[in-house]
Design a protein around this ligand. Structure first.
Ligand code: GDP
Ligand code: MN
Length: 396
C-alpha cells in the first residue's frame, strides 16, 4: 500500500527527520488560507497523488502570491495528472499539500529498499538527487552509493555516518545527515514499510538537512498490525479493480489483457498467466481464489473479474486439493446464470471430486467449454476469444 507525500512526511517527522511545515487543502481558497498560516514569501503547491515525477507533470508549483496559489490549485484539483509513473490514465488530484518554500543548495537522493538477492534492506543514495535521478543511475551507476543493513543490529550510527561522508557532505552536516538516515531506517523497520524514498533530501542555504519529498510503501500483509497505517489508505489512488477484489478478501492483481483468470493457488495462477501468453492471449488479471473456495466465493471471483471492462473471455483453472471441484462447479454454474454470462468461458477442473464437478458443468446445459489440462484450457480460451472477436468485428 502506498500513502501520500504529506502522510509520509508526518510519519518520518516522528522519527526525527526534518520536514518543511505545511498543511493540506481541498480547494483553492483553502490553499490560500493554508499558505497564510506558513511563514515566508513563497510557498509550494503540491498535488497529492500516489506517484512521483509530479514536478515534470506540473504537479509541483512554487508560488509567491495568493493569485498564483489559487491559480495553481485550481489547475491541479480535479485533474488527472499523468506522470511517467502513472500510466496514460493518470491519477486524480483530490487534495493538495501547501508547504513553506525551501531554499535549496543541494538535492540528495536517499532510499531504503528491499534487495531480494541480498535478502536485506539496502540504502541507496546519491549526491545528485532530484528529478534527474533515473538518468544519473543509468549513465553514472558508479556514483550511486549502496550500503547493506544487517537486520540483526539495524542501521547503526557509524554506518549512517559513513554514507553521509560518501555523499561528500560538509563535516558540519554529518550529524544531521546521520540522524536523518537512522531515523528513516527506523521508520521503515518499525512501521513495516517495504520502501522509503526521500528525493530530494536537501541541504538548505542555511545549512539544514530537510526531506522535501517522501514516499513510503507498506507491506499489505503487515497492515493488520498497523491499524494507524491502514487508516492512511486512499482508495481513489488505487486500481478500482484491485480495490473491489481486496475489499472482498480476494487475492487479485489487475493486468492489461482481455482474458480473465480464476485459479486456485498463487503458483498455478502464475503458470496460468504464462500459458495464456504462450497460447497467444493476454491475461486480464491474476486471481487466486484460495483453498476451500465456496460456491459464493467463486461467484464473487467472477464478479471481480467481470468488473474489468476489458475482459472478453474467462478461464477457470482449478487443481483441487483442499478445494472441491463440485463446489467450484456449482459456483461457476451460478455465476453464468446470475451474471448472464455470454462471453467465452473455459473451465478446467482436476483433483478432489472432479467427476462430480464435471457432471455439474455438463448437466447444466450451459455454454461452457471444458478442458482436461492447463495447456488445453489455455489454447481453448484463446481460440474461443479470437473466434468471438472476429464474429463481433473487433471487440466481444
Ligand atoms: P516529484 O516530482 O513528484 O518527485 O516531486 P518533488 O516533491 O520531489 O518536487 C520536484 C522538484 O521540485 C524537487 O526536486 C525540487 O527541485 C522542486 N521543489 C520542491 N519543493 C521545492 C521548494 O520548496 N523550493 C524549491 N526551490 N524547489 C522545490
Ligand atoms: Mn521527488
Amino acid at each position: 500500500m502506498d500513502i501520500h507525500e504529506y502522510q509520509a512526511k508526518d510519519l518520518l517527522k516522528r522519527f526525527g527527520v526534518n520536514v518543511p511545515r505545511g498543511g493540506i487543502a481541498y480547494s483553492p481558497e483553502q490553499a490560500v488560507y493554508r499558505a497564510r498560516e506558513l511563514s515566508g514569501e513563497k510557498c509550494v503547491v503540491k498535488a497529492q497523488i500516489h506517484s512521483g515525477a509530479r514536478g515534470k507533470a506540473g504537479g509541483v508549483r512554487i508560488c509567491s502570491s495568493d493569485d498564483e496559489i489559487s491559480e495553481a490549485a485550481s489547475w491541479m484539483l480535479g485533474r488527472k495528472l499523468v506522470t511517467h509513473q502513472t500510466g496514460p490514465q493518470g491519477k486524480m488530484v483530490g487534495r493538495l499539500y501547501i508547504e513553506e518554500a525551501t531554499d535549496i543548495a543541494q538535492e540528495i537522493y536517499l532510499a531504503f529498499v528491499m534487495d531480494r538477492t541480498e535478502e536485506r534492506v539496502v540504502v541507496v543514495a546519491s549526491a545528485q538527487g532530484g528529478m534527474e535521478i533515473e538518468e544519473i543511475s543509468e549513465n553514472e551507476p558508479e556514483s550511486i552509493i549502496r550500503s547493506v543493513v544487517d537486520p540483526a543490529v539495524g542501521m547503526q550510527n557509524f554506518q549512517a555516518r559513513e554514507i553521509a561522508f560518501q555523499l561528500g557532505l560538509d563535516p558540519s552536516l554529518i550529524n544531521q545527515a546521520t540522524k536523518t538516515i537512522v531515523g528513516a531506517y527506523r521508520a521503515m523497520d518499525e512501521l513495516d514499510a517495504s520502501m522509503v524514498e526521500i528525493n530530494p533530501l536537501v541541504v538548505t542555504g542555511g545549512g539544514e538537512i530537510v526531506a522535501l519529498d517522501a514516499k513510503l510503501s507498506f507491506d499489505n500483509n503487515a497492515l493488520f498490525r498497523r491499524p494507524e497505517i491502514s487508516e492512511l489508505r486512499d482508495k481513489s489512488q488505487e486500481d478500482p479493480r484491485e480495490t473491489y477484489a481486496e475489499d472482498r478478501g480476494l487475492n487479485y492483481i489487475g493486468l492489461d489483457g482481455e482474458i480473465g483468470c480464476i485459479v486456485n493457488g498463487a503458483g498455478l495462477a502464475m503458470a496460468t498467466l504464462d500459458m495464456i501468453k504462450m497460447a497467444g492471449g493476454e491475461p486480464a488479471n491474476f486471481l487466486d481464489v484460495g483453498g476451500g473456495a465456496s460456491p459464493e466465493r467463486v461467484l464473487m471471483s467472477f464478479k471481480a473479474v467481470l468488473n474489468d471492462p476489458n475482459v472478453e473471455a474467462i478461464l477457470v483453472n482449478i487443481f483441487a486439493g483442499i478445494n472441491r471441484c463440485d463446489w467450484i462447479a456449482e459456483g461457476v454454474v451460478r455465476a453464468v446464470q446470475e451474471l448472464e454470462l455470454t462471453m467465452p468461458l473455459v473451465v478446467r477442473l482436476s483433483g478432489t471430486n472432479v467427476d462430480e464437478g464435471r457432471a455439474l458443468i455438463n448437466e447444466s446445459g450451459l455454454n461452457i467449454i471444458t478442458a482436461d489440462t492447463l495447456a488445453e484450457a489455455a489454447d481453448k480460451v484463446v481460440a474461443a476469444w479470437k473466434d468471438a472477436r472476429s464474429k463481433n468485428g473487433g471487440a466481444v
